[in-house]
Design a protein around this ligand. Structure first.
Ligand SMILES: Nc1nc2c(ncn2[C@@H]2O[C@H](COP(=O)(O)OP(=O)(O)OP(=O)(O)O)[C@@H](O)[C@H]2O)c(=O)[nH]1
Ligand SMILES: [Mg+2]
Length: 294
């Protein structure tokens, strides 16, 4: 008789500074897009759950905003989610990336004395040779009592199987927590707004990403097409001008690229109506922030 495999299941927090590749890692390990990715800072703005179910167990990942010092209410909420991920996790994956030359004292101090296993994950090794990777490991191996140190590339799928195996070693024996077919718990509305926001981030220049957000006002299934109406918030008229672009080019480009992704997601034609709205200081408005979370 085949021996029954004991399952290991639990929560794993993805923690680290902005842009190190936490969301890229989540999408890669789940082999599906759950969390948006961009080369701009502070892309992930709240905790996002991603579930990986295999015969060995279930890993529930918390993708989290990048660690930073908060100056707006939005950023306070983002850091609160970082702490929530740390508190709720059975295991923490602390991400660094090869490019970043800074010391990580501030970030590491967040989980000092947390009493949980912590891996050091060094991402983006595809950009450097082996000697540089070893140098980086050497520099940070004693910065904390890491349970494991894993160099990887989330983008190029290097060492992803290895880290998955290591994660199971640190999760308690548990049955599945969620139904096998679940991979995330975000609302449709939130996911749609994130996809649009991703396209704004990927099309926008430096400053704009921080001051922009997206609110979906309507999603209506009109049989042949999915009608979606969304507002892109900016904080000032000059930002609005940039987002509209010459002859509406910017917003048109955002609409076209977002529509492609949304059509894949809904598996039908999508009509996307985008409006740009000036909402001064939305990042400090508890009312607006709570609406955006839904
Ligand atoms: N070369 C390379 N680039 C990567 C890798 N992983 C992520 N990136 C790139 O790094 C950038 C940031 O990736 P994200 O996944 O959004 O980073 P994040 O840590 O989630 O960032 P925040 O949500 O802002 O905290 C994107 O441009 C990714 O394509 C990798 O393994 N190699
Ligand atoms: Mg992210």
């Amino acid at each position: 008789m085949a021996k029954k495999i004991k399952k290991h299941s639990g929560y794993v927090a993805l923690i680290g500074r902005t842009n190190v590749g936490k969301s890229t890692f989540l999408n890669a390990i789940l082999e599906t897009k759950v969390s948006i990715v961009s080369n701009k800072p502070q892309t992930t703005r709240k905790q996002i759950l991603g579930i990986k179910t295999t015969k060995y167990g279930q890993i529930i990942f918390f993708d989290s905003p990048g660690i930073h010092k908060p100056y707006f209410k939005l950023n306070e909420r983002m850091m609160k989610d970082v702490h929530a991920s740390l508190v709720d996790a059975d295991l923490v994956l602390y991400f660094m990336e090869m490019d970043d030359q800074r010391e990580d004292d501030f970030a590491i101090s967040l989980f000092e004395n947390i009493g949980k296993p912590i891996f050091l994950v060094i991402n983006k090794i595809d950009k450097y040779n082996k000697a540089k990777v070893l140098e980086k490991i050497d520099r940070f191996k004693d910065a904390y009592q890491w349970n494991e140190i894993v160099p990887l590339s989330a983008l190029k799928n290097v060492n992803m199987d290895l880290i998955e195996e290591l994660i199971y070693n640190y999760l308690p024996e548990n049955e599945y927590f969620y139904p096998e077919e679940e991979w995330t718990l975000q609302s449709e509305r939130f996911y749609v707004s994130e996809i649009i926001r991703e396209k704004v981030l990927n099309s926008a220049q430096a400053e704009l990403p921080f001051t922009t957000t997206v609110k979906v006002e309507e999603i209506t299934d009109k049989e042949k097409i999915m009608y979606i109406r969304a507002e892109i918030y900016v904080e000032s008229n000059s930002q609005k001008k940039i987002l509209v672009g010459k002859h509406g080019n910017f917003v048109k480009h955002v609409g076209e690229t977002a529509r492609k992704d949304l059509e894949d997601y809904f598996e039908k034609q999508v009509y996307l109506d985008l409006f740009i709205k000036v909402v001064p200081n939305w990042r400090n408005s508890p009312h607006i922030l709570s609406q955006l979370d839904e």
